[in-house]
Design a binder for this molecule. Structure first.
Ligand code: ATP
Ligand code: MG
Ligand code: MG
Length: 351
């Protein structure tokens, strides 16, 4: 039995560790102090600051392979782990942690993000709104997730009234999309790539609320193009593990939103709904095992997040057929916090 190290202690790490344990690995976690719900599934959990390089070195020494479940692990932390031990490589983190770097990278591969402008001052924002128009969204370039660090700009008057935070920013034109979807793939150490089916993803207040399969006609015609880009991204980064790209489906084809160099919330349905889950295939890829079949095994699937409320009430869903509850074991609910999710399979009919 070898040992897998996971940087980050959230629910993604917890579900990753469950798959690793099933395959006979031991898991060790590493994250700063917090409600590290992955710890319950790990043999050991190191609680230390990301910049505790001695701590990171000791953690890496105890592991045969290291991965992350959190895309804002500092690149320096990832680079402290010996390069041959960490999958995906730190370059994927570096590329995805800055929205500006990420969009330029995507354009370099022929992908199309929303119109954007780099914002370092109020003046930059006013000219970006003049040039790209409004509505739009102002985002922090770094550290955003679940819609945090974003401001909707409805007009140039809005832009003038806003007091800019003192961090690097980016302004994006608002995309009038028909639907949102994600492409989730796994890439093995020998370069083999497998895709899961894409779901239609519904966000509320910038947070993923639900994922639906089948994704419907607005999405289905755009998945092939989106996969071409996702494959280029994975190959360019010599990526090993699960990689996610988020897209807007529009009448002009798929517009790239952002990427996540990790397993993804919109892929939680794969635990019950695919022959091999994103978590298991991530572990297989980083451990150098053969990949599992990614095909969808039910004609209809719905995944819903339980956000911001105590999870106790959600247990009632288990009474409806083919429903599965995942309780992340978080100590306290707070607004916008992902507490768990429910996956419901329709086994007889589509939808
Ligand atoms: P995640 O938790 O997915 O990492 P995030 O904080 O990085 O979220 P984004 O994916 O940038 O946020 O945006 C969250 C949601 O806000 C999107 O899924 C989409 O619904 C909406 N959104 C973001 N950017 C745009 C845009 N340019 N045009 C239209 N809608 C947008
Ligand atoms: Mg994001
Ligand atoms: Mg997103």
């Amino acid at each position: 039995g070898s040992t897998i190290g996971i940087l980050g202690g959230g629910q993604l790490g917890r579900m990753m560790a469950m798959s690793a344990v099933q395959l006979g690995y031991r898991c060790i976690g590493f994250a700063p102090e917090g409600d590290n719900v992955a710890a319950a599934v790990c043999d050991a959990f190191h609680t230390a600051a990301w910049d505790d390089s001695d701590g990171v070195r000791a953690f890496a020494d105890a592991c045969d392979v290291v991965t992350w479940e959190f895309e804002n692990v500092p690149v320096e932390t990832a680079r402290t782990v010996p390069a041959e031990k960490i999958h995906p490589g730190p370059l994927a983190l570096e590329t995805a942690q800055d929205r500006l770097t990420e969009k330029r990278f995507i354009e370099g591969l022929g992908g199309r993000p929303a119109a954007y402008a780099r914002i370092d001052s109020g003046h930059d924002l006013e000219s970006a709104v003049d040039r790209l128009g409004a509505p739009g969204i102002l985002k922090t370039r770094r550290d955003g997730y679940d819609g945090k660090g974003q401001w909707r700009i409805a007009s140039s008057r809005d832009a003038q009234a806003l007091k800019l935070p003192d961090v690097p920013l980016i302004y994006e034109g608002f995309v009038e999309f028909d639907a949102e979807f994600s492409v989730i793939l796994v890439r093995a150490q020998d370069g083999e790539i497998r895709f899961w089916d894409s779901t239609r993803n519904v966000h509320e207040g910038g947070i993923l609320a639900a994922a639906h399969y089948p994704a419907g006609s607005a999405v289905e015609g755009q998945v092939a193009d989106a996969r071409v880009l996702a494959r280029k991204v994975a190959d360019a980064l010599n990526y090993v593990g699960v990689l996610t790209l988020e897209f807007f489906a529009t009448h002009e084809g798929p517009i790239f939103n952002e990427m996540a160099p990790r397993v993804h919330n919109s892929g939680h349905w794969t635990i019950e709904g695919a022959a091999t889950s994103q978590f298991e295939n991530h572990i297989r890829a980083i451990a150098g095992l053969p990949l599992g079949d990614t095909r969808t095994v039910a004609p209809g699937i719905e995944m819903r997040n339980i956000i911001g409320s105590e999870i106790d009430g959600a247990y009632a869903f288990l009474a409806s057929s083919n429903s599965h509850l995942h309780d992340y074991g978080k100590a306290e609910a707070s607004e916008g916090r992902k507490m768990g999710h429910i996956t419901r399979l329709s086994l007889d009919t589509r939808g």
